[in-house]
Design a binder for this molecule. Sequence first.
Ligand code: DGL
Length: 273
Amino acid sequence: MASKKDSSSRPLGIFDSGIGGLTVASAVHALLPNETIIYFGDTTHLPYGDKSPEAIKKWSLVISEFLLTFDCKMVIIACNSISSVAFEVVKKLVGTRAIVVNVIDPVVAYVSAQNTLKNVGVIGTKATIRTDMYAKKLKEKKNKLTVSSLATPLLAPMIEEGFFNNKISKTIINDYLSRPKLAKIDSLILGCTHYPLIRAEMEQYYKGRVVIFDSAQIVAHHVQWLLDEHHLLNSGKAKKHRFYISDFTPAFEQSTKIFFKGKVSLEQKNLWK
Ligand code: DGL
């Protein structure tokens, strides 16, 4: 059996459909600089938001096994689409080998603890919104909340292609946020790990009328709390971080710079041969 010291120096495994989960990895790294990160982005199958639950589950299990080959102490599902449909199967597969974290539960706990909110909006991919997971979990915690969910499938590809803080992104964001479904909200959950990159544009649209929550900071604090609870915070220095993607193009390398503050060198790892 490994000693506490050995266990706490094990890495954190973080995965997503692509590079969007780097917003979570970046927040975790900023808060917990001693932790070693092993990241996997399944760029071969991106976007997951349009895929079937069966396919998302199948790929997530293979990626989780890959992360466990690094002896990760925690597996962080840094994607709402995966968290919505595959959290339970990943947890079952991982068993007692590591702690599994999704991005939805910490956000639900945080938002439902805000007493002033009544009408919560949620935006995300089709896969996430189809499960209605945010609404179900928020209402379980606080059944008086009204939750209005809207699929916004153009946003993740738009961000991935570098379209933000410009006229095109403004037009698309304004179109989605002005839909009748979101007319009465007092708060908005950005239910996709790509969306922190367009948070400022959404704040400009709402001009303080709506409180915005994204998963990056909330999940990073939850990870810190969980590691502390399990006496797994690394007191030594982080080892070399590794960033794997399943399909490599220079465009991914370019986009990576905007998702992760700091130098990242991507390695290609094809799990789908
Ligand atoms: N980052 C993913 C999420 O949080 C969305 C991207 C995708 O559709 O693959 O849902």
